[in-house]
Design a protein around this ligand. Structure first.
Ligand SMILES: [Fe+2]
Length: 543
């Protein structure tokens, strides 16, 4: 089924590029840059909201796609959090683009369209990042499947399908500039073509179903123009319409875990639908890079409303894996939701978290930064008077320890300040102790007549190893004992495997969901890249 494509079909850029690996989140330069862009975009986003300009782009009708409505049956795909390492994104692009999937003897036809539910690129949106981390692997999948025109950059009309995207926070880090250029202008991505004119849309589906894609910007904010668009469209709903709501972030999860009032966004869409005698029967969100299916545990009444609502976290499109063992499936959310299934399993997730023991080797840049701190901590130590009190009595060392504590206090991820203070203090004490041991041990084992630079360099190197290891153990304990630092303890691992996406089949009988997963992603070799499996089959919302 696949055709290996020669280098002549690569664009001149692609010939020059090296395939990007998974983003190194702990690289000190990237940390500073991402922090800066995240801060700036959050601050400026409320003042200069790109959506205010987008509302003048086309009419409401341009944001309502009706052409799928008349179909007898419809296949479509949903994935979120893609555009990280090349291998993982290529693997998923190949699965979206292939004419069919045949896991375990079952045949799943290719989707008529693909919805990407946020975070289409990492670490932050830019023309280059989209081109290298999203478009290139999609183009290559199209080429290897023989779906592209000669030249390898535009899809053959027979193989072309539609793609719709809502932006996540990483797409917003440049104020949505690259997103609108890429996704709101009728351009192609591999064998897919963009259709939307704004960052939100409605897809009218057969058998009285609709899919609503909502742009939450940063800070879970829905602008007035967008809200009015959905209100106007909700007023025209045929009673009994069943709606799939796509948000970039699972507000129901974040609202619960951070105890903020994030349910408001979902509630107002639910009220809009109910006013017209319709109902949101399925909510999809990314941002958490794994699979979690939540089901309503209470039935509100008889008839149509008695179908329990399903909420799915599905962020397995290509970005680094997030843990699944860090939350309890026994817990019931106040609104009456419980997690019924997750992927990968908790055992796998727990096992993978042990990779943090090798943090120093996986994140050498950050570990070197810690090595520099270790070297600086005792830099002025008089060799003749080296006791444990030295760092507390020497002004330079004591100041550095104070700064280290303040940083680690801020970094700690508990809900209360005193917990963060306490855990930050323990973390700081571990680093200072490790630095002390390095400074005591290394000069003792090295020959005494070496130039001063040699032992200090050795201390920096040993400090990098020790500092990275202490930091990795801190993440490991934080995650597995206290269920905090879910993001930090897995972004450190940059795991490209255990990816999944949702394939839907809509017919008169209802909406059938297949959760397609790949335990491993593999380098592109021109063949079907990885074995896949279906981890779940369900009918959503009833007939
Ligand atoms: Fe993400």
């Amino acid at each position: 089924m696949s055709i290996k494509q020669g280098r002549r079909d690569l664009s001149s850029q692609e010939k020059r590029w090296k395939k990007p690996g998974m983003v190194r989140w702990y690289d000190p330069g990237l940390l500073a840059e991402t922090g800066l862009y995240a801060g700036l975009s959050t601050m400026l986003g409320s003042m200069i909201d790109t959506r205010r300009f987008l509302q003048f782009e086309g009419s409401d009708d341009d944001c309502v796609i009706r052409e799928y409505q008349g179909a007898e049956e419809l296949w479509f795909d949903y994935a979120a959090d893609i555009g990280d390492g090349w291998d993982a994104t290529y693997t998923m692009a190949y699965l979206f683009s292939g004419p069919r999937l045949e896991p375990a003897g079952e045949t799943l036809a290719r989707g008529h369209f693909l919805v990407l539910g946020g975070d289409e690129v990492y670490p932050r949106a830019s023309r280059d990042a989209y081109a290298k981390r999203l478009i290139w692997p999609f183009n290559q999948a199209g080429r290897n499947l023989g779906q592209m025109e000669p030249g390898g950059r535009t899809p053959n009309a027979d193989h072309r399908r539609d793609i719709y995207c809502i932006p996540g926070n990483h797409d917003w880090y440049d104020g949505l500039a690259a997103f609108t250029r890429r996704f709101c202008n009728g351009r192609t991505i591999g064998s897919f073509r963009t259709r939307q004119r704004r960052s939100y849309f409605i897809l009218k589906l057969p058998h009285n179903w609709e899919l609503w894609g909502v742009d939450l910007q940063l800070n879970h904010d829905i602008d007035v123009a967008q809200l009015n668009f959905f209100r106007r469209q909700a007023e025209t709903l045929v009673p009994g319409t069943r709606i799939i709501l796509c948000l970039a972030e699972p507000d129901w999860v974040y609202g619960e875990r951070s105890e903020e009032d994030l349910h408001w966004n979902i509630e107002r869409f639910e009220r809009m639908a109910e006013k017209s005698g319709s109902k949101i029967v399925l909510e999809l969100a990314g941002d958490i890079h794994n699979y979690q299916r939540y089901e309503g545990t209470r039935t509100p009444g008889g008839g149509y409303a008695s179908h329990p609502q399903t909420k799915i976290v599905s962020g397995g499109g290509g970005a680094f894996l997030h843990p699944t063992h860090s939350f309890s499936m026994e817990k019931e959310f106040p609104e009456g939701f419980k997690c019924e299934n997750r992927y990968p399993g908790a055992g796998t997730s727990l096992w993978l978290s042990l990779g943090n023991l090798f943090f120093a080797f996986r994140n050498p840049g950050f570990s070197a930064l810690l090595g520099a701190v270790y070297a600086a901590l005792f830099w002025s130590m008089p060799t003749a008077d080296f006791g444990w009190r030295f760092p507390l009595t020497h002004p330079g060392s004591a100041s550095l320890i104070l700064v280290l504590f303040l940083v680690l206090w801020q970094f700690s991820d508990f809900r209360t300040r005193w917990q963060n203070g306490l855990w930050g203090l323990v973390h700081t004490a571990c680093h200072v102790s490790a630095a002390y041991l390095v400074w005591r041990w290394l000069p003792a084992v090295l020959p005494g007549d070496l130039p001063w630079i040699v032992p200090r360099t050795a201390i920096f190197a040993a400090g990098s190893l020790a500092g990275g290891t202490v930091f990795g153990i801190y993440l490991l304990l934080s995650l597995n004992l206290f269920r905090i630092h879910e993001n930090e303890a897995f972004s450190s691992l940059r795991i490209p495997h255990h990816k999944h996406f949702l394939r839907f089949h809509l017919t008169q009988e209802g909406l059938r969901l297949f959760v397609v997963a790949a335990d491993r992603t593999a380098p592109e070799d021109g063949e079907h890249p990885v074995p896949i499996k279906i981890i779940e089959r369900r009918t959503i919302g009833g007939a």
